[in-house]
Write a protein that binds this ligand. Structure first.
Ligand code: 5GP
Ligand code: ZN
Length: 112
C-alpha cells in the first residue's frame, strides 16, 4: 500500500523516533508547529480515528504511549494538546491514523 506512515513503520522512509513498542510508533513531525510536535501512530494501518475498530484496544495503547511520551518531554506540568484530524474538512493529509502531540507553548482555543 502506498502509505507514507506504513513506509516509516517498515523503515523505507527514515524518521526521528521518540517511542516504540509492539503496537505503537511515535516520531517527530517533519514540519513542526510547536517546540514539541510528535506523531503517534498504530503500527497496523487504519485510515483515521473514525475507521478504528473500537472493539480493539489500539486507542488505549496509543494513549498509554502518549502519556509516557508527554512525561518524557516534561509536558505534564504545563499541559499539551492532542489532535487527530479526520477527513478533508479537518485537514487530514496522511490517511494513516495519527495523533499530533503538541507542546512547549500555549495554544489558542477554539482552533482555526
Ligand atoms: P495531518 O495533516 O494528516 O493531520 O498531519 C500529517 C502530518 O504528517 C503533518 O503535520 C506533516 O508535517 C507530517 N508528515 C508528512 N509526511 C511526513 C514524513 O514523511 N515524515 C514525518 N516525520 N512527518 C510527516
Ligand atoms: Zn499506513
Amino acid at each position: 500500500m502506498d502509505c507514507i506512515f506504513c513506509k516509516i513503520i517498515n523503515g523505507e522512509i527514515p524518521c526521528t523516533k521518540v517511542y516504540e513498542d509492539e503496537n505503537v510508533l511515535a516520531f517527530k513531525d517533519i514540519n513542526p508547529v510547536a517546540p514539541v510536535h510528535i506523531l503517534i501512530i498504530p503500527k497496523t494501518h487504519v485510515e483515521s480515528a473514525y475507521m478504528v475498530d473500537t472493539t480493539s484496544n489500539i486507542l488505549n495503547k496509543i494513549f498509554e504511549a502518549i502519556k509516557i511520551i508527554a512525561n518524557e518531554q516534561g509536558l505534564q506540568e504545563n499541559g499539551f494538546r492532542i489532535v487527530t484530524n479526520i477527513g478533508e474538512s479537518a485537514g487530514q493529509t496522511v490517511k494513516h491514523l495519527h495523533f499530533h502531540l503538541l507542546g512547549g507553548r500555549d495554544f489558542n482555543w477554539p482552533p482555526g
